[in-house]
Write a protein that binds this ligand. Structure first.
Ligand SMILES: [Fe+2]
Length: 221
């Protein structure tokens, strides 16, 4: 059987259209670096659509946190991110929720998972950009980590998240992490948090990316 391609899978294609729109409409707050990142992600998404790549759905997989997905989508439907939420609902039965870490801290395994939309492993197979979702249960702390050679943005779709205790990001706002920036996330007390993310960087870094937490170093005297 011939492989299915993006143009044969309208729900996945509309999801990419929503990603493109999110990075077009999203505000940059006067930051030239953020504006440039948004443009780079848009260009990558356009190229993925023009490539008409293979769509290879990953086996459906749930994690304990996916019990919070319905609430996260319900809450997100009231926000400016609502058309992205609807596009996600159209593919939600095909999502593969993963941990990505060989060892997941015990508390975190109940409260976190991610699902990819676009990337070298699919479901939309491309090495131009990695796009996906991260879901957190209420009161989750996602330990400090950084991404070697990759620029990352998290777009809040539902709930509220803080990064490095530096501020609160509500639906419609974006967190920007240049390569190597250490970041630790915490989520609100009562509602789940759903983030869309984009990773962009040199081809070899994108293909070889591993998710690793940074061990806490002993305090220096
Ligand atoms: Fe990150």
């Amino acid at each position: 059987m011939e492989a299915r391609r993006l143009n044969d899978c309208p729900d996945w294609r509309y999801l990419l259209v929503e990603f493109y729109e999110m990075y077009r409409r999203g505000r940059a707050g006067g930051s030239a670096k953020i504006r440039a990142h948004q443009r780079v992600v848009r260009e990558a998404v356009s190229k993925v659509m023009a490539d008409n790549p293979v769509v290879q759905p990953q086996p459906r997989e749930d994690k304990p946190v996916t019990a919070h997905l319905k609430r996260a989508l319900d809450q997100g439907r009231r926000e400016t991110t609502q058309s992205m939420i609807r596009a996600i609902e159209s593919v939600q039965d095909d999502l593969s929720w993963l941990y990505g870490y060989e060892k997941v801290p015990r508390g975190l395994s109940q409260k976190f998972a991610y699902a990819e939309f676009v990337g070298p492993q699919g479901p939309v197979v491309s090495d131009r950009v990695i796009l996906g979702l991260v879901l957190f249960a209420p009161k989750c702390t996602y330990p400090a980590h950084s991404h070697d050679g990759l620029t990352e943005s998290y777009f809040t779709l539902s709930g509220a998240v803080s990064e490095n205790d530096d501020g609160v990001f509500a639906p419609g706002s974006m967190i920007f992490n240049p390569p190597g920036r250490m970041h630790r996330l915490t989520t609100g007390d009562n509602e789940p948090t759903l983030l869309a993310y984009a990773w962009h960087g040199a081809h070899d870094k994108l293909v070889a990316q591993k998710m690793v937490f940074t061990r806490r170093k002993k305090e220096q005297p």
